[in-house]
Design a protein around this ligand. Structure first.
Ligand code: FEO
Length: 167
């Protein structure tokens, strides 16, 4: 494995691990603040990020590299509003997308079409996840400060996304 690419893939492990920890922390915040539907949503998102991380770990090790499991800093765990919670979700996804784009650019520079091909799965995932985050944030903007709107958002969050997002 090209050392520069191995390093970038290991960095990506860290980004996915960080996202997983962040969403777990967001699930906890939602849980203790009475938003059970939102909590379930973020528990699931956290699991998905862990899958993204593990897929990278296995890929690096199978291709002759060495995956390094990183230390993770404590995630943000206090939010002033649902809006802030979902803004954090969107900005986290946008950051991860940017990092994936960087890896892909690097693959093209090194003509590493094998890793480039592997990374296409992440490109597709990011498209879906960013779209979900934007959809949910748009709905919250419409709801504003309306408490009954927040109640319904929490009740319906796991039904609001396209079918492939509901698993
Ligand atoms: Fe795997 Fe949504 O970043």
């Amino acid at each position: 494995m090209i050392p520069e690419i191995e390093k970038s893939l290991n960095d990506q492990i860290q980004h996915e691990a960080k996202a997983s920890a962040q969403y777990l922390s967001m699930a906890c915040w939602a849980d203790v603040n009475g938003y059970n539907g939102i909590a379930e949503f973020f528990y699931t998102q956290s699991e998905e990020e862990r899958v993204h991380m593990t897929k990278l770990v296995k890929f690096i090790n199978e291709r002759g590299g060495k995956a390094v499991i990183p230390a993770i800093e404590k995630p943000k765990d206090d939010f002033h509003s649902l809006m802030e919670l979902f803004e954090t979700f969107l900005s986290s996804e946008e950051f991860v997308t940017q990092q994936i784009n960087n890896v892909i650019f690097q693959c093209l520079e090194h003509k590493d079409y094998n890793v480039h091909n592997f990374m296409q799965w992440y490109v597709a995932e990011q498209l879906e996840e960013e779209a979900s985050a934007r959809t949910l944030l748009d709905k919250l903007k419409i709801i504003g400060d309306d408490k009954s709107g927040h109640y319904m958002f929490d009740r319906d969050i796991n039904k609001m996304l396209p079918a492939e997002e509901n698993n």
